[in-house]
Ligand binder design. Structure first.
Ligand code: ADP
Ligand code: MG
Ligand code: MG
Length: 212
């Protein structure tokens, strides 16, 4: 089966940057409904900086974990707002468990679990609070199932991405109780969470990076 190596990690990050840029307006519009309308800008600034740093490396990154660490530190210093530290911590935890030449299905599960732990350690949100946790948590569950069924890295990532997309859509009826959207109270109901939406985009980019 397909294993996720450093070349895959670099494709994932570059495809994420492309997808975030292409969906910048959508993310910003979602954040205008229940936040301060900067999520698209924030994420695009961050991933543009990530690509610039990758391009400027004197040698290609050696390990998956090097790529994920570069993403973590860059997002922490460039994204700002709530999402910067949350995604930064997610990629940092993911990097710690990705200290292997390549990831099989179980390895992908470990990376996604690490990311979820990072987001929750930093933001203290649980499922159902209308945050990126509502995309990432079902993604981890689906990834575990796919790996239990013998799925390779590509199959596990595909299962995770599909669950994240459903999870993001599932934030629409939720009441926000964390982050800026919680200030709206009941008026947060009926809108899709921008952070859950960007999480789904990030995971979908990993599937594109896994295509043969
Ligand atoms: P800000 O709200 O500071 O402008 P962004 O607009 O970049 O930051 O990001 C907003 C997103 O951050 C939300 O849509 C939500 O998904 C996520 N978020 C906010 N607070 C938390 C939290 N405590 N835990 C998890 N995710 C959160
Ligand atoms: Mg915002
Ligand atoms: Mg903001």
């Amino acid at each position: 089966g397909m294993a996720a190596d450093v070349a895959w990690a670099e494709r994932w990050v570059r495809e994420t940057a492309r997808s975030i840029a292409a969906n910048k307006e959508e993310l910003t519009e979602l954040d205008r409904q229940i936040g301060d309308g900067d999520h698209g800008e924030n994420m695009n600034r961050g991933f543009t900086a990530v690509v610039a740093k990758l391009d400027a490396l004197p040698e290609p990154p050696a390990h998956v974990s090097d790529v994920l660490k570069l993403v973590a530190t860059t997002l922490m210093s460039t994204v700002g707002g709530a999402a910067g530290p949350l995604y930064g911590t997610a990629f940092l935890r993911a990097a710690k468990v990705a200290d292997l030449p390549e990831l099989d299905g179980r390895g992908v599960v470990a990376v996604l679990e690490g990311a979820l732990e990072g987001v929750q350690a930093r933001g203290k949100a649980t499922v159902g609070e209308k945050t990126m946790v509502d995309a990432l948590s079902p993604a981890v569950q689906a990834a575990v199932q796919a790996a239990d069924g013998g799925g390779d890295a590509r199959a596990v990532f595909a299962a995770a991405a599909e669950a994240a997309q459903k999870g993001a859509e599932g934030t629409i009826p939720l009441l926000a109780t964390k982050g800026r959207a919680s200030y709206l109270g009941e008026r947060s109901i009926g809108h899709q969470d921008p952070g859950a939406t960007s999480t789904a985009l990030i995971l979908a980019a990993g599937v594109v990076a896994s295509e043969p």
